[in-house]
Ligand binder design. Structure first.
Ligand code: AN0
Ligand code: CP
Length: 316
């Protein structure tokens, strides 16, 4: 595997899952693989889980790790080619990226959608520049349109907890005060669609349709309560509008879409999932996230495993 930005880079999912469970049995088995190799993690946005779990995975493989928070202490970066750089940005990404490549063997990049220009976001301008100019294997730590390390951890978690071979998995939109990217739901849809046999349903209010390039094949249900019927997993997430002129906008914060105990009672005693960070009593009520069927912590724990499979493959 040369780079990792989506499910398509991983090949057969059953093999990737087998590798994940093997690593989970003994996460230090490949402790020599990363000896004298350096991971650079570049963050354009905040992170708790990705930052910690990816470092931990690299340490398990014996790698050295450097972290760069672009907005804290690095030079402000110009991203547009051809501009006269007489403003507040002292450095261009076109020098910064190859320089970063000089100091490491593998690069992880977190660069969210900026909601300034849909075309730039959906062409994955930033991470593709890293792929093009760093000279190193690059992996996504959440790019503009996908969060594949999260979706891989989500899949591992569902495989661990499912109580029947072909579970019903429901991705539900839920309210949030801010405009959040579509990366997590886009990516989750791709990974769920890639699992033969999963009954995958997406539910959201009118106006929150995702890009069909990611969701094609999934059932869309506008009635949240109907979608919840018989579900084995409820995966909650907020995202801003994608379609037309509403791109990047918050259309409403309707708390009737919050996941609560009464709605969970419509399901097949479903497990509750969320990638975190989560806004309590906006996305999900306290009692649901604290219930014995909430698996948000084991889900986060599996981020170490998904990252380790990806790093192992990039090193091999
Ligand atoms: C980010 C998002 O929605 O994409 C990161 C989630 C892993 N969430 C927030 O910015 C709150
Ligand atoms: N789920 C996730 O990626 O969390 P962070 O944004 O804290 O890394």
């Amino acid at each position: 595997m040369k780079h990792f930005t989506s499910v398509h880079d991983l090949g057969k999912l059953d093999e990737a899952l087998a590798e994940a469970f093997e690593i989970k049995q003994d996460r230090y088995r490949y402790a020599e693989l990363g000896r004298n190799r350096t991971l650079l993690m570049v963050f354009f946005n905040s992170s708790l889980r990705t930052r910690l779990s990816t470092q931990k995975a690299a340490l398990n493989l014996g790698m050295n790790v450097i972290v760069l928070d672009v907005n804290q202490g690095a030079w402000k970066l110009e991203t547009e080619r051809g501009v006269v750089m007489d403003g507040d940005k002292p450095e261009h990404l076109l020098e910064a990226i190859p320089v970063m490549g000089c100091y490491c063997d593998v690069i992880g990049v977190r660069a969210f959608a900026r909601f300034e220009n849909k075309e730039d976001d959906y062409s994955e301008k930033t991470i593709n520049q890293f792929i093009r100019y760093s000279g190193r294997p690059v992996f996504s730590m959440e790019a503009a349109t996908r969060h594949p390390l999260q979706s891989f951890a989500d899949l591992i978690t569902i495989e661990e907890y499912k109580e029947r071979p072909n579970p019903k998995v429901v991705l539900t939109w839920a309210p949030h005060p801010n405009a959040l990217p579509q990366a997590v739901p886009n990516s989750f849809a791709e990974w769920m669609n890639a699992m033969p046999g999963y009954d995958f349903v997406i539910t959201h209010p009118q106006g929150y349709e995702l890009d069909p390039a990611f969701t094609a094949g999934a059932r869309i249900e506008y009635d949240q309560r109907k979608a919840f019927e018989g579900a084995d997993f409820i995966y909650a997430k907020n995202w801003a509008a994608y379609t037309g002129n509403n791109y990047g906008r918050v259309l409403h914060r309707d708390r009737s879409w919050t996941v609560d105990t009464e709605k969970m009672s419509l399901t097949n005693n479903a497990f509750f999932m969320h990638c975190l960070p989560v806004r309590r009593n906006m996305i999900v009520t306290d009692d649901v996230i604290e219930s014995p069927r909430s698996i948000v912590i084991p889900e986060a724990a599996n981020r170490e495993i998904s990252a380790q499979v990806v790093l192992k493959r990039l090193l091999s």
